[in-house]
Design a protein around this ligand. Structure first.
Ligand code: ADP
Length: 199
């Protein structure tokens, strides 16, 4: 692809020569790259690089990226944990968002860095106040399933101005938290997509 990108249009014979291979050896590779839309072939002209089709196939790749393939392990705390302990937990686990669960281990709320900062400068007794007093609570939690596309989730993050979503599954007593998807995961997926296309 690099040879075609920088030297196209170029014949199959010339590509083979540059690779020190026989034309017949690279014929299947060229056929696949042409069928997949990475290269275009014109009779008597040769192969040339099809930037537009790459963009299209990247877009297809983006739609195929699912939450389940990029999610991280969730960090959950009980709703009765003190604000002080939640702050310690956030540092220990090195995350920016904690998910809060009830005694049935079902999603009850979300705690962000600023939620905890706000309460720490608000003069409350951080040792006594439980996180369920300051968290954003259900049913106002934006969550997703592992089958959702990353693009859908990224849109929810932007629309709701949030950094993370719990990945949930319906359990008997409520929503169970099975993962965590953050802006960092989305950025990682973006980089992986670029690497897949050698960009
Ligand atoms: P920060 O507050 O540190 O900037 P966020 O932007 O993620 O972090 O959070 C902004 C607000 O939105 C916080 O009050 C937080 O509790 C809430 N929040 C965070 N994630 C969610 C979510 N998935 N669903 C609903 N509210 C959320």
């Amino acid at each position: 692809m690099e040879i075609v990108k920088y030297n196209g249009p170029i014949t199959g014979e010339q590509i083979a020569e540059r690779l020190d291979l026989a034309r017949a050896t690279i014929r299947p590779d060229l056929a696949i790259l042409t069928m997949a839309g990475f290269l275009d072939a014109r009779p008597r002209v040769g192969y040339f690089y099809s930037g537009k089709k790459i963009a299209q196939s990247m877009a297809d790749g983006m739609v195929d990226m699912k939450v389940g393939d990029f999610q991280s392990i969730p960090v959950v705390v009980n709703e009765n944990m003190s604000v002080y302990d939640a702050i310690c937990q956030m540092f220990l686990e090195d995350v920016g968002t904690l998910f809060v669960v009830d005694d049935h281990h079902c999603l009850a709320g979300v705690l962000s860095r600023k939620d905890l900062l706000r309460s720490s400068i608000g003069g409350v007794d951080m040792d006594k106040i439980p996180v369920n007093v300051i968290m954003t609570r259900m049913p106002n939690i934006t969550h997703c399933s592992k089958h959702d596309s990353l693009l859908q989730v990224a849109k929810k993050m932007i629309d709701n101005q949030i950094d993370a979503l719990p990945v949930t599954e319906q359990g008997e007593k409520g929503l169970e938290v099975i993962g965590r998807i953050t802006k960092t995961n989305i950025t990682g997926a973006f980089v992986a997509l670029g690497e897949e296309y050698d960009l």
